[in-house]
Write a protein that binds this ligand. Structure first.
Ligand code: PLP
Length: 407
C-alpha cells in the first residue's frame, strides 16, 4: 500500500534533525530558562539560539521574535493585542480579507461582537485583492489591517509590500499571517512595511504547538497571556523549550531549503497540476497561476464531490485535502472558493495538493495514474455530470444540499 502525503499545507512531517535536536530537552536539559542556576541558564542560551535562527529566516532582529504556542495564538495576539494597545476612540476599524484562515476570520467576528467596525475585502476570481478597494476602505479611523501573505487553500500570494504602503500611509498597524508563506517563499522583514507577522512551526517540519509572532521594534501590542516576564513580558508562560529548539532547527533548514529544494518542488507541483488538467476534462485551477506558492495546487474537478475524491484517494494511499483542513468535515464549499466566486459545481469538487521537500517524482507519477479513473468513476454516478454531458441546465435546487448555489 502506498503512503503518499500531499497535504503539507495542513501539517508537515517533523524532520529527523528537528526531532534529534529536541530529544535532549525531554531527557536531561529540562531546566526552566528563567531559573538563576545553570540548569536554567544553559537552556535559556539554547532558546536564544533558536530565536536567532528564526530571526535569520525572516531577516528580522532577534529581539523582534516572540515564541508562542501556534499560528492561531500569534494571529490572536497580533489582532487583539495591537487593537487594545491603540486606545484611541476614533481609531478602531479593523480591515481584513474574506479569504483569511479561520484564526483571523473568527478573530474578526469576535471583534464585531465586541463592537469594533470590521471590513472584509473581497477577492476576484483568481483570489487577488483589489488595492483600490483597500484604498477606499482605509482611513484615519483604521487601527489594524491583517492580511495573509499566502492563502492556505489556493497558495495565492498577496502583494504584501504594496498593501503595506497603503496601510502605513493611513497610520495603521500592519499584521501579516505568514503561516503558509514562511519556508515556501523568501521573507525579508528588514526594510518591510510589516509590523507584525505570524508563523507556525508545524508547517515547516517542526512539531505542532509552537509558533512565532514577529513584533517590529516600536510596535505596541498588549499581551494575550499575562503572566511572568517571559518573552520580555510579551507572552507569559514558561517557554516550551524542546519545541522552541526544534523550531530553531526547522527555521535554519527552511532557509537552506528555499534555495536547494524549492525549484524541485515547484517543478513537481507543475507536473502534477498540468498533468491532471491535461488528463481529466473539466479540471480547473483555483487561484492565480503565477503569484502562487510553489508547493500548492488547488484544482476543481467539476461535477463531483471533493469528499468522495478524498476518500478514493485515501484508499489509493494518497493524502490530500478538500478546502482547508480546518473546514473539512463540513459539506459547505470553503469560504475561500466562495469568496472567489468559483461556481458551486466546481467549488464542491475542489482538491488541494500541497507538496514538500519529501515529495518525489514517483509519487507524482502515481497520482497522475490513479486520479483519472477515480474522477471518471465518480462522474459516472454524478447527477451534475449527467446533466452537464446531456447539455441540460444544472438545476441547483435539485442537486444542492444545505448550501446556496453561486451566480
Ligand atoms: N494561518 C494560516 C494561513 C494557516 O494555514 C494556519 C494553519 O493551517 C494557521 C494560521 C493556524 O496555525 P496553527 O495551526 O499553528 O494554529
Amino acid at each position: 500500500m502506498k503512503n503518499i502525503y500531499l497535504d503539507n499545507n495542513a501539517t508537515t512531517r517533523i524532520s529527523e534533525n528537528v526531532l534529534d535536536a529536541m530529544l535532549p530537552y525531554f531527557k536531561n536539559k529540562w531546566g526552566n530558562p528563567s531559573s538563576m542556576h545553570s540548569f536554567g541558564g544553559d537552556v535559556a542560551k539554547d532558546v536564544e539560539h533558536a530565536r536567532g535562527q528564526v530571526a535569520d529566516l525572516l531577516n528580522a532582529e532577534v529581539s523582534e521574535i516572540v515564541f508562542t504556542s501556534c499560528g492561531t495564538e500569534s494571529d490572536n495576539t497580533a489582532i487583539f493585542g495591537a487593537l487594545e494597545a491603540i486606545q484611541m476612540p476614533n481609531k478602531r476599524q479593523f480591515i481584513t480579507t474574506k479569504v483569511e484562515h479561520p484564526a483571523v476570520i473568527a478573530s474578526a467576528r469576535e471583534l464585531q461582537r465586541r463592537g469594533y467596525p470590521v471590513t472584509y475585502l473581497s477577492v476576484d476570481r483568481y483570489g487577488n485583492i483589489d488595492l483600490d478597494e483597500l484604498r477606499g476602505a482605509i482611513g484615519a479611523e483604521t487601527a489594524v489591517v491583517s492580511v495573509m501573505w499566502a492563502n492556505n487553500e489556493t497558495g495565492v500570494i498577496f502583494p504584501i509590500e504594496k498593501i503595506g504602503q497603503i496601510v502605513k500611509s493611513a497610520g495603521a498597524v500592519f499584521h501579516v499571517d505568514a503561516v503558509q508563506a514562511v519556508g515556501k517563499i523568501p521573507i525579508n522583514l528588514k526594510d518591510s512595511t510589516v509590523d507584525l507577522l505570524s508563523m507556525s512551526g508545524h508547517k515547516i517540519h517542526a512539531p505542532k504547538g509552537v509558533g512565532v509572532l514577529y513584533i517590529r521594534r516600536g510596535t505596541r501590542v498588549r499581551p494575550l497571556l499575562h503572566g511572568g516576564h517571559q518573552e520580555r513580558g510579551r507572552r507569559g508562560g514558561t517557554e516550551n523549550v524542546p519545541y522552541i529548539v526544534g523550531l530553531g532547527v526547522a527555521a535554519e533548514q527552511a532557509k537552506k531549503a528555499l534555495v536547494e529544494e524549492t525549484p524541485r518542488i515547484k517543478t513537481l507541483r507543475d507536473k502534477l497540476e498540468n498533468g491532471l488538467i491535461e488528463r481529466i476534462p473539466n479540471t480547473l485551477l483555483n487561484g492565480a497561476k503565477e503569484e502562487r506558492l510553489p508547493n500548492t495546487s488547488s484544482l476543481s474537478f467539476e461535477y463531483v464531490e471533493g469528499e468522495a475524491i478524498l476518500l478514493k484517494l485515501d484508499n489509493a494511499g494518497i493524502a490530500a485535502s478538500s478546502g482547508s483542513a480546518c473546514s473539512s468535515g463540513s459539506l459547505e464549499p470553503s469560504h475561500v472558493l466562495r469568496a472567489m466566486g468559483v461556481p458551486y459545481t466546481a467549488a464542491h469538487g475542489s482538491i488541494r495538493f500541497s507538496l514538500s521537500g519529501d515529495s518525489t517524482e514517483d509519487e507524482i507519477e502515481y497520482v497522475l495514474e490513479k486520479m483519472p479513473p477515480i474522477i471518471e468513476n465518480l462522474r459516472s454516478i454524478s447527477p451534475f455530470w449527467l446533466d452537464f454531458i446531456k447539455g441540460r441546465k444544472i438545476d441547483a435546487d435539485k442537486h444542492s444540499g444545505p448550501y446556496a448555489p453561486y451566480n
